[in-house]
Design a protein around this ligand. Structure first.
Ligand SMILES: CC(C)(COP(=O)(O)OP(=O)(O)OC[C@H]1O[C@@H](n2cnc3c(N)ncnc32)[C@H](O)[C@@H]1OP(=O)(O)O)[C@@H](O)C(=O)NCCC(=O)NCCS
Length: 393
C-alpha cells in the first residue's frame, strides 16, 4: 500500500486533533483554536486517500550538551490509527520527520517514548530519565537553613534572575532543555502563574542564589504532598534554606516530591535513606545530522585527537559512511573519509554522544564494534554529567 506522507496544513487540524486525542485519551477536551498553527511545531502525517492514519510532531527546541545549545527536534504526539498499526506506518512518518527536521536545521532528536522498541528500531536510544523523587518531609525538617540567606516569594522583577539561574544550571548539564525559543513563553507573569509558589533564596549581597518552583497538592492527609518542579541553588546556603523550607510542610504535607536528576547536588544533602522514585520517564536521543551534532556541542578543552568512525544509519542515510572524528581544544568536527575502524550503530552513537554509556558497555550491547584502541579517547570525550532532562513534551 502506498500512502501519502506530507507535512500537515491548517485544514488537516481537525483530523490531527481527532487522531491524537483519541489515541492519547484527551478526546473529551475541546481542541484549542490555534491547534494546527503553533509556530515551532511541524506535524507530519500519513494519509490513506483523504484519511489521516498517522502523525508525528517535530518541535523546534534546543538542548544543552557540553555547555552549548544543540538544535533539536523534540518528537511528540506520535500516533497511528489503531487499524493501521504494525504495518510500518509509524516508521514512515518518523523517517519523514527526521528528514524534515534535518532540512530545518535540527542536529539531534529527543523524545519521551511510551514504548522504546519502535524508536530503537529507528535509531533512538534511551539516555536519561525525567525523575521525581519522593522524600519524607519530616526528613527535610532536620535540615538547618543556610546562614545569611533570606527566603521570599519571587516577585515579577526576580523572574529574569530565576531564569538565568535555570540557564546556568542547564548549561552545566547534559541534555537539559533551553527554555526559550518559539515553544517557551518566558513572560514573568506566566512563569509565576504556573506554580503555587516560586521561592527565591537571597544571599547577603542581595543576589538571588537559588529558587524553588513548587505546587502544593490537595488535602492534609497522609498522602498530601508538595512538589518542587525546579530546585536550583548556586550556593550550599541557598540549597539548605530551600530544602529546609520544604521541611516546614511536614505537619500538613508528609511527602515532598522533588524533580531531581541523578547527580543533583541536593541529593548530597537530603538526610535520609528513604528516598524513592515517585515517577520516572525515560527519554531517548538520536543524531539527526551527525556532522552538525558533533560541531554544535561543546567538547572537553583538554582533549585533542582523532578517531576513524564508520556510521551505519539506514534511516538517515546522509549520516552513513566513513567519517573522521576530530577533537581539538573544545571543538569537534566530522570530516568525511578515514579508515572506518570504529563502527557505531545509530543507537550507539546517540548513547555515546550523550555520555550515557561507556564504549565498553556499548560494545557488549552490540552498539559499537571494531578497533578499541581509541575507546579511552571516546570515553573521555563525552564523559560528564549524567544526561538529565526536566522538561516533558
Ligand atoms: C507506537 C506506534 C506509534 C507504532 O506505530 P506502528 O505503525 O504500529 O509501528 P511500525 O509498524 O512502524 O513498527 C515499527 C516497529 O515497532 C514495533 N512496534 C510497533 N508498535 C509497538 C508497540 N506498541 N510496542 C512494541 N513494539 C512495537 C513493530 O513491531 C516494529 O518493530 P520491528 O521492525 O522489529 O518489527 C503505534 O502503535 C501507536 O500509535 N500506538 C499508540 C500511541 C503511542 O504509543 N504512541 C507513541 C507515543 S511515544
Amino acid at each position: 500500500m502506498v500512502y501519502e506522507v506530507r507535512q500537515l496544513q491548517e485544514q488537516d487540524g481537525p483530523a490531527a486533533w481527532r487522531l491524537g486525542s483519541v489515541v492519547f485519551g484527551y478526546h473529551a477536551s475541546p481542541a484549542p483554536e490555534d491547534f494546527s498553527l503553533v509556530p515551532g511545531r511541524v506535524t507530519w502525517g500519513v494519509l490513506d486517500g483523504d484519511r489521516l492514519i498517522a502523525k508525528a510532531v517535530d518541535r523546534e527546541q534546543g538542548q544543552w550538551f557540553g555547555g552549548r545549545i544543540v538544535p533539536t527536534s523534540g518528537v511528540a504526539g506520535v500516533a497511528v490509527a489503531p487499524e493501521a498499526r504494525r504495518g510500518g506506518v509509524g516508521r514512515q512518518v518518523l523517517t519523514r520527520l527526521l528528514a524534515g527536521a534535518r532540512e530545518r536545521g535540527a542536529a539531534l532528536s529527543a523524545l519521551f517514548p511510551s514504548t522504546p522498541h519502535p524508536y530503537r528500531r529507528l535509531g533512538w536510544e534511551e539516555v536519561g530519565a525525567l525523575t521525581y523523587l519522593s522524600v519524607p518531609t519530616s526528613a527535610l525538617a532536620a535540615i538547618r537553613p543556610g546562614p545569611g540567606v533570606t527566603l521570599r516569594p519571587a516577585a515579577i522583577e526576580d523572574v529574569p534572575a530565576v531564569q538565568a539561574l535555570y540557564r546556568d544550571w542547564a548549561r552545566s548539564g547534559t541534555g537539559m532543555m533551553e527554555r526559550s525559543g518559539l515553544l517557551y513563553d518566558t513572560t514573568p507573569e506566566k512563569f509565576l502563574a504556573a506554580y503555587d509558589g516560586v521561592t527565591v533564596a537571597v544571599g547577603a549581597t542581595g543576589a538571588v542564589e537559588g529558587y524553588a518552583s513548587w505546587v502544593r497538592g490537595p488535602h492534609t492527609d497522609p498522602v498530601a504532598r508538595v512538589t518542587a518542579h525546579d530546585l536550583v541553588a548556586t550556593t550550599p546556603e541557598a540549597q539548605s534554606a530551600l530544602l529546609a523550607m520544604f521541611g516546614g510542610w511536614a505537619s500538613v504535607a508528609p511527602t515532598t516530591v522533588l524533580r531531581l536528576g541523578q547527580g543533583d547536588p541536593a541529593l548530597l544533602e537530603i538526610p535520609t535513606t528513604l528516598v524513592t522514585v515517585d515517577s520516572r520517564q525515560p527519554w531517548m536521543l538520536r543524531l539527526v545530522d551527525a556532522p552538525a551534532a558533533i560541531a554544535a556541542r561543546g567538547w572537553p578543552g583538554h582533549l585533542t585527537g582523532a578517531v576513524d568512525l564508520e556510521l551505519a544509519d539506514p534511516e538517515c542515510r546522509w549520516n552513513a559512511g566513513p567519517w573522521r572524528l576530530v577533537l581539538d581544544g573544545g571543538i569537534g568536527r566530522l570530516e568525511p573519509g578515514g579508515s572506518g575502524g570504529v563502527r557505531f550503530t545509530p543507537r550507539g552513537l546517540a548513547a555515546w554522544y550523550a555520555g550515557a554509556a561507556t564504549p565498553s558497555a556499548l560494545r557488549r550491547a552490540g552498539l559499537l564494534s571494531g578497533d578499541a584502541v581509541a575507546d579511552p579517547l571516546l570515553s573521555a570525550a563525552t564523559a560528564g554529567p549524567v544526561p538529565v532532562l526536566h522538561d516533558f513534551f
